[in-house]
Design a protein around this ligand. Structure first.
Ligand code: FAD
Length: 480
């Protein structure tokens, strides 16, 4: 597997001496098919993230003619890997786990391996309170059992840790009545319900606030509690296992190596990069016409749209999609916040920091063995991650003596092809929108991590969704 690095427009590096680099080097910046001579295909897939890539592989291996159209100058969507000074960074999604069935199967298929994030098992934890004015340094060994207790209480809505709500975590509506009940709650509502159990332990309340806002990447009153319960159920109803599954192991070769491996395995597909799709038209005979921003037009017997939910409202459908689907698309979901990496001049060891909302950074932890790299997460758009001084100011509230060498990241909220990070529904949206968003309107089909059933909002969910849709497209094409 060759992993040449090319520059993508996505991402940035901001050095301490004011030098700014726009775009980073990544193996995800592959090249388009040189000549797309045909203009008619069995399937046109819009979006070359993991859901689009896996569908392209499966359909092409079934001898379907496939055109994969991607707006960016690279594949991988909300994931891409870069390297700087011999250090590998994941600019979007990065952590994986062997209990994520679809992603693990692909890791195995392509002979990839995993490595560990050191700060996921940090030995010291800094807690920033009172709007950043008070700092406490605590031992993780002492604190962890308390965090587990608080997480148990938070998730235990039914006396059996939420098991009656999501008995089968990969089936979102296996217990519909309970799902509808708890979908009404926001993350904040649930925290209010159990706050008495903290026995006035404000530290624990603040740690829960910081961790939960990091997961939903925003204000707790805006994030739906049911998505927390889903993560919890997928984490086997256990805090340590949830942490391991969501933030401990990465693909050693990088997520872009996986994206490239899937692309290389496609059978004779056509790939067009840097080609945003503007509109999708359906004719009376069900032929689909795709029009791109640069004026190209392609036709197909079917189209698969894998554009992120928060960016889908910009796509023009003619005739329009069903009214209910339009409503769900226009509502969108939580926007997410920021994830970025900070390279320090000097190592700080195995460290983790928490700060409750509205701290511009709610959680941060070291990533490498020495502790010179910190991965930080912020909520909403409270921090301009390109502003070196602003980032250093925030981080010094936790670690007063640090000197930052550079910041490396990508602003997903401002990225017009994503308009957010990972998916998180608002209260009520899973009940009212998920099934509608999953519905196909043949010859139009949809797939996305944002509408997956199991590890929705993870790479695994993108693969699940992209794999599931293939059988429906196949059936449609056979009967067409
Ligand atoms: C900062 C961050 C951290 C994350 N952390 C993790 C993690 O640790 N582990 C994990 O498993 N997941 C993580 N995720 C989530 C995971 O990366 C995503 O859920 C998953 O990669 C989404 O895949 P997708 O194919 O559904 O969508 P995308 O990857 O978004 O792919 C959709 C594609 O459609 C393209 N597109 C959009 N508009 C158009 C248009 N008009 N025309 C043509 N193409 C278009 C986009 O450019 C994109 O390439 C993270 C995401 C982010 C952003």
């Amino acid at each position: 597997m060759t992993n040449h690095l090319n520059r993508t427009h996505d991402g940035f590096i901001q050095y301490s001496n004011d030098i700014h680099e726009s775009g980073v080097m990544t193996p995800a910046a592959v090249v388009s098919t040189t000549a797309v001579t045909s203009t008619h295909f069995d399937v046109i897939i819009i979006g070359a993230g993991f859901s689009g890539l896996i569908a392209a592989r499966e359909l092409s291996l079934r001898h379907r003619t496939v055109l994969l159209i991607e707006a960016r100058d690279r594949i991988g969507g909300r994931t891409f890997t870069t390297k700087l000074e011999d250090q590998q960074y994941e600019m979007g999604g990065g952590w994986v786990h062997w209990s994520q069935p679809h992603v693990w199967s692909e890791i195995t298929r392509y002979g990839l391996s995993i490595c560990e994030t050191n700060g996921a098992t940090a030995d010291r934890i800094s807690l920033l309170l009172e709007n950043g004015s008070q700092l406490k340094v605590l031992s993780m060994t002492n604190l962890f059992p308390e965090i587990c207790r608080a997480m148990d209480d938070y998730s235990n809505v039914d006396g059996v840790q939420g098991r009656t709500v999501l008995p089968i975590p990969h089936d979102p509506f296996a217990a519909r009545e309970a799902v509808e009940l708890y979908d009404k709650l926001s993350m904040q509502d649930r925290l209010d319900q159990i706050s008495a159990s903290f026995n006035n332990n404000q530290d624990m309340y603040d740690i829960m606030d910081a961790y939960l806002s990091m997961n939903s990447q925003g204000k707790l009153s805006e994030g739906g509690f049911l998505d927390h319960l889903r993560w919890w159920a997928l984490g086997d109803f256990d805090t340590a296992r949830l942490f391991d599954k969501t933030s401990r192991y990465k693909i050693r070769e990088g997520t872009s190596a996986l994206a490239r491996a899937i692309l290389n395995d496609c059978h004779d597909i056509k790939l067009l990069l840097s080609t945003p799709v503007r509109s999708i038209q359906r004719a009376d005979d069900n032929q689909v016409t795709i029009l791109t921003d640069n004026g190209q037009s392609f036709t197909a017997r079917s189209a698969l749209i894998t554009v992120p939910l928060n960016a889908l409202y910009k796509m023009n459908f003619s005739p329009p999609l069903k009214l209910e689907k339009q409503r769900a698309i226009n509502e969108r979901q939580c926007r997410g916040g920021t994830k970025f990496a900070i390279k320090l001049e000097k190592p700080i060891g195995n460290w983790c920091g928490f700060a409750p909302y509205p701290s511009p950074i709610t959680q941060a932890f070291t990533d490498d063995e020495e502790g010179t790299i910190i991965i930080a997460f912020g909520v909403d758009d409270l921090l301009n991650i390109r502003d070196f001084n602003a980032v250093q100011y925030e981080l010094r509230k936790w670690l007063p003596d640090i000197q930052i060498k550079y910041i490396i990241g990508h602003d997903w909220r401002k990225d017009s092809f994503a308009e957010g990070t990972w998916g998180w529904y608002r209260p009520g949206q899973i009940t009212s929108n998920l099934s509608i968003l999953q519905e196909y309107e043949p010859p139009l089909f949809f797939a996305s991590s944002d509408t997956a059933n199991g590890w929705r909002s993870f790479m695994d969910g993108a693969l699940e969704s992209g794999l599931s849709v293939v059988q429906h497209i196949e059936r449609y094409l056979k009967n067409d």
